[in-house]
Design a protein around this ligand. Sequence first.
Ligand SMILES: [Zn+2]
Ligand SMILES: [Zn+2]
Length: 118
Amino acid sequence: MSCFGGDTNFCPECGNVLPLPGIQDTVRCPRCSFCIPVTEFSGQEIRSSVIFNPAEQSSVALEDEEDSELKGPVIDRRCSRCNKEGMVYHTRQMRSADEGQTVFFTCIHCRYQEKEDS
Ligand SMILES: [Zn+2]
Ligand SMILES: [Zn+2]
């Protein structure tokens, strides 16, 4: 049945265009009365149906709100509280554009937060 493909199905006996499958479980060629089971038509579509795995979609990482300040580029800035190097750099736009950006540094060791106005 390699001749089956595309939108139109042809009779394998005479090459006539076959009607679309209806309520009967066979399709009969109107020219030569050759009968083809409907499963030959729908088989391709059944095989190509995609089976979704719902378990994979639930693996989206959940944001931990408490750690949101620790997400960002870590720079070699020394924490003024614990004196260790390594602080997360993130900026926050202030209400007014005239005030510019305020840069926040959060210590990855003790979570001490410093801010620096640019
Ligand atoms: Zn035919
Ligand atoms: Zn610290």
